[in-house]
Design a protein around this ligand. Structure first.
Ligand code: DC
Length: 233
């Protein structure tokens, strides 16, 4: 089973990364955070003046620049967690800041950026043994994944989770503003021309509106036993 590929797609703030990371550590697989690669490219573009102050992207330059962009994941030996590196620098925390978050959606709609990210993901996937989370993993990147999970949750509950997360970090959070942002991101992710967010036909839907992460791991155990009855997982 060490060549297993598991795809975890779904709406924003459904806890995809948290769940995918736990699946990876439970099954001894590599966790691939596809959103982090889009975020690292966005950071590169911001740092090299390829995104203007009005949000316009200098696409021709970005296309040429991708040759100089190397994104990879490395395990932090102290925490055991996978972290994102851009051209040799650890950018795991930097790519979560607001300037990257507010430009990444547009960067992720560009066709050559998507091709570039897909290539990185597929290189990791050649040997299998990965859990990847994103928006198009089960539909575009790994259509042959042996297990596809599509995560969803009530938009108000997702907004409240983000509010709690921000407040927990001592930051400000306005529920209405965050709720509107959740709705807007759902719309952008599902309606873009290239690789829109949609549930693959063979994906299993997980609505975790009223589930804890422990509940989700129990759910996963059932699915694994059902899907792979002859394997010790
Ligand atoms: O999951 P995230 O918030 O880190 O993703 C960052 C952005 O990248 C988000 O706007 C959606 C986009 N994305 C995508 O288009 N396709 C993926 N497979 C993963 C993320």
């Amino acid at each position: 089973m060490n060549n297993l590929i598991i795809a975890v797609d779904g709406y924003s703030s459904t806890g995809k990364s948290t769940f995918a990371k736990l699946i990876a550590s439970k099954l001894g697989l590599i966790f691939l955070d596809s959103g982090a690669i889009y975020r690292a490219i966005t950071l590169y573009a911001l740092e090299h003046g390829l995104i203007l102050s009005d949000g316009e992207i200098i696409k021709e330059k970005l296309k040429v620049s991708l040759e100089h962009v190397e994104v990879c994941f490395k395990i932090n030996s102290e925490s055991g967690k996978s972290e994102t590196f851009l051209n040799g620098n650890n950018v795991e925390l930097r790519i979560r800041l607001l300037d990257v978050s507010s430009n990444v959606s547009v960067i992720s709609t560009i066709d050559f950026v998507r091709d570039y990210v897909d290539e990185i993901l597929r290189e990791y996937g050649v040997r299998g043994g990965v859990v990847a989370d994103g928006r198009d993993i089960g539909t575009v990147v790994f259509p042959h994944a042996q297990l596809k999970i599509f995560m969803t949750a009530d938009a108000k509950i997702r907004a409240q989770r983000r509010v709690d997360e921000l407040l927990g970090r001592g930051e400000k959070a306005d529920f209405d503003e965050i709720y509107n942002n959740v709705i807007e991101r759902d719309y952008i992710d599902s309606h873009r021309d290239i690789a829109p967010l949609r549930k693959a036909e063979d994906a299993i839907e997980l609505d975790n509106s009223y589930m804890t992460i422990e509940d989700q791991m129990v759910w996963l155990d059932h699915i694994l036993k059902e899907r792979f009855p002859d394997q010790v997982l």
